[in-house]
Ligand binder design. Sequence first.
Ligand code: C5P
Length: 304
Amino acid sequence: MSTAITVRAPAKINLHLGVGAPREDGFHPLATVYQAIGLYDDLEVVAAPGWRVEMEVADHVSAEALPTRSGDNIIDRAARLLVELHGVEVHGHVHVRKEIPIAGGLAGGSADAAAALVALDRFWDLGTSDDDLLRLAADLGSDVPFSLIGGTALGTGRGEIVESVPDTGTWWWVVVPSSEGMSTPAVYRHFDELSPEAPAEPSSAGDVLEALACGDVERLAEVMRNDLEMAACDLRPELAELIVNGEEAGALRGMVTGSGPTVVFLCEDGPHAREVAGALRDQGTLVTLVVNGPVAGAHLVETL
Ligand code: C5P
């Protein structure tokens, strides 16, 4: 048995986010292309009596939206699902170091849930099958299965049905988080208000999949699409301004990711991304993170 385990899980961005009219269960049918990027939360679990979860945030992460009540955060829920499946007792102290902005459209909470599933499965020596892990992940949230598999993937259903797709590129991004998070349900609700006639089927991700398969950055810049962008920018007009500023600074394309408010800028390569980030900072943008993708999903980085 290990005495400590650390699992790292990445943030995601959406290169295509096609959204259809709401289903009967209230969720929206999606056709989305996820990419895992080099921005991570690390979750460590150590042997200790009882159960405790604590979080620490990096300087660029605003702690305001951190869950305050213990016992019902997404890590507690992940632990409970494993306990129910295997009939074991919950124990251990969990410490999460968050680099992924909270409520930013980057699936930070989903990364923590995926990291908790992988870490606790190993720590409690449960041997959960991949299929069961994916099923529990889907119960925890629409983006959690992707946080497990990482890389680049097509997401369908409400986003929880994931399938890896060919991606021959290394893509460079400038990620600009906002100091204040945004509620995902509120952005979906605003999408419904703005698009009462949305078609039942989400728009196809075909063009983005093609650009990824050939590693064509100019083409990817042209075809990226996020159907939630209009709703996010309507709620936060400064996001549209930020996108224009980044594109004027030379980014190939700027787009809101997920339900926002984080904006990502696609760049030609690493040096170009650093140049765009520098220009944005000169214009007064406080936080710019230069990262690349795709990277691996939730994975073990240390066992003691
Ligand atoms: O699945 P998850 O817990 O991440 O979803 C959070 C909220 O986002 C849902 O309660 C719903 O309001 C909205 N959502 C949606 N359609 C999706 C995914 C999420 O309407 N496909």
